[in-house]
Write a protein that binds this ligand. Sequence first.
Ligand code: SF4
Length: 704
Amino acid sequence: NVHAAAARVRTTCPYCGVGCGVEATPDGRGGTSIAGDASHPANAGRLCSKGSALGETLGLETRLLHPIVDGARSTWDVALSRTAQGLQRVIERYGPDAVAFYLSGQLLTEDYYVANKLMKGFIGSANVDTNSRLCMASTVAGHRLAFGSDTVPGCYEDLDEADLLVLVGSNAAWCHPVLYQRMALARERRGARIVTIDVRGTATTESADLALTIQPGMDGVLFSGLLAHLADRGAVDRAYVAAHTENFDAALAQARRIAPDVATTAARCGVAPADIASFFDLWRKTARVATLYSQGVNQSWQGTDKVVSILNCHLATGRIARPGMGPFSLTGQPNAMGGREVGGLANQLAAHMGFSSAEIDRVARFWRAPHIAKREGLKAVAMFDAIACGEIKALWIMGSNPAVSLPRADHARAALSRLDLLVISDNVRSTDTIAAGAHVLLPAAAWGEKDGTVTNSERRISRQRPFAPLAGEAKPDWWATAQVAARMGFADAFDYAGPAMIFREHAALSAFENDRARDFDIGGLAELSDAAYDALAPTQWPAPVSAPGGRKRMFADGRFFTPSGRARFGVIAPPSLAAAPSAEFPFLLNTGRLRDQWHTMTRTGLSPRLASHSPDPFVEVNPDDARGLSLIEGGFARVSTAHGSVVLRVAVTNAQHRGRAFVPIHWSDETGNVARVGALVHAFTDPVSGQPDSKAVPAALAPV
Ligand code: SF4
């Protein structure tokens, strides 16, 4: 990808939700040097192994460089017309709900906004969902239940200022490395303590001051026990609870039913009572507590309840929205937050608005939408079920690889072959999803070429700026969507000159006259000139007209976005597994990320340096289990569930407790490993968030 030498460009890393600032400097000989941006508040110049290797992933060898229609090279004009006509044909014949978009936390906010607008305002269906459903939908649901809005209360500075950092279901040392470095620094400099709560040993648990290895699915028991303990020891902030919350008594009564004391909590969590007591004491006695949680909490059929059980403890002690205190969701993807902001989930409309008649009316008027969606659409798992049973006939996938990443991935892959029209926008020419048989392939701009914004885990909007020309005939996703919209007869509403114009529209839609009316308001950024947009400094929303510079913490005044203005305690269901181990499937299979790979490896797989960390897919098992099954280190095991089976190299480790196994998510048929772990995962979903459960799947292991 040789292009002219250019001055240093400040942009944002395309991987995890930390959202590190990156400085990219093309050398004019095909290389680009990468460094951390010292001026970016998220990382202050630090990068992890993945971010540092970005310069090794910019080659064109795997790129999709031109449109393909029905397997043959085509032109943009033909591909766009085929897409528009195909969508129209399905809408005319079967109605708008026979069409769906499946988007990605990898998309920029501007791409997401335009796709969401086309589907929800002009096609007239809310069947827009995203791979972020697999990432943090349970956090969204928990936030909305407790706060009345999907609001991250705190900021990264809280991690520097906390005296106790509790990591729940999070291997931050590998999955959010730069934030973990901040936490490690807080411990080194200020004596902050780190507690981990996980079902396995990880790089993060290894270095913790206290590591609780709990039974899978029992997070809600642990935090119910903590709430009961706080109440028993007089540690509830009664004044805060009385002034700013509701439903405390009901939540506490349920917590006491689930885990009335240390002994019960310890027994159900499978942890020594002394360790539970230490954790409860530490939490109770430390004012500045930040509880950080990630996919171990979210990816559960009770994910929303797990989130709520954590929020309950912070609300009960008033430890929220103050320096060093609060619950904090570590977002997996680089722009899962931006997708939430534009409404890129099937249960949102736009700009954090839902489907009340006032919100529908407001969005319809703003967009001048001829066919506004009036009700929620299908969430990811339900969307692919609707494809499988023929209810959805046309699907447009952007920047995602659901044939690898969705639960019951074989079912998802087979469903794709039933579609009358499958359009895929991607920047690589070959993925398992593409191999399932796309009718139209649209070459998308990649990192380094993209121009727009992303939002990280602390609500900070940052620019992703281009430093390389578009490769081949690649185009931004917003452009392709707008072109299809124009061919469907909506040219006026999609006549965008560039990403700045889209961002201004998005910001204007979010603006309310009363700044206190809602959480997501970036109306103060709605008048940015193109130059000001290009130069936009990283800004934490909200950024309303009255305070466009952004805000660090929310809810500091004790007012929430519920109808009463009070935070709501949640009453959780009794914690349990979606499916218990059986004689046929006696293990509980857990899935997760590795330090040096990202998603299905379409970018990180290009870096030999990153690949060397863990070259092959594997399954981790406990030494006793390995002995019992005659599995040997470095040998091979067949891992089977009710949904599929794969063969993986065996890694014997004490990091796994007996009866549990762990497999990384990254490999696929396209990587040559035939190890699509998604094919093993069951499709139980959280009843509120719709997020699938991928951390505790009954499985069998056998030597090969
Ligand atoms: Fe990129 Fe995340 Fe690493 Fe930062 S921590 S460099 S955002 S992968």
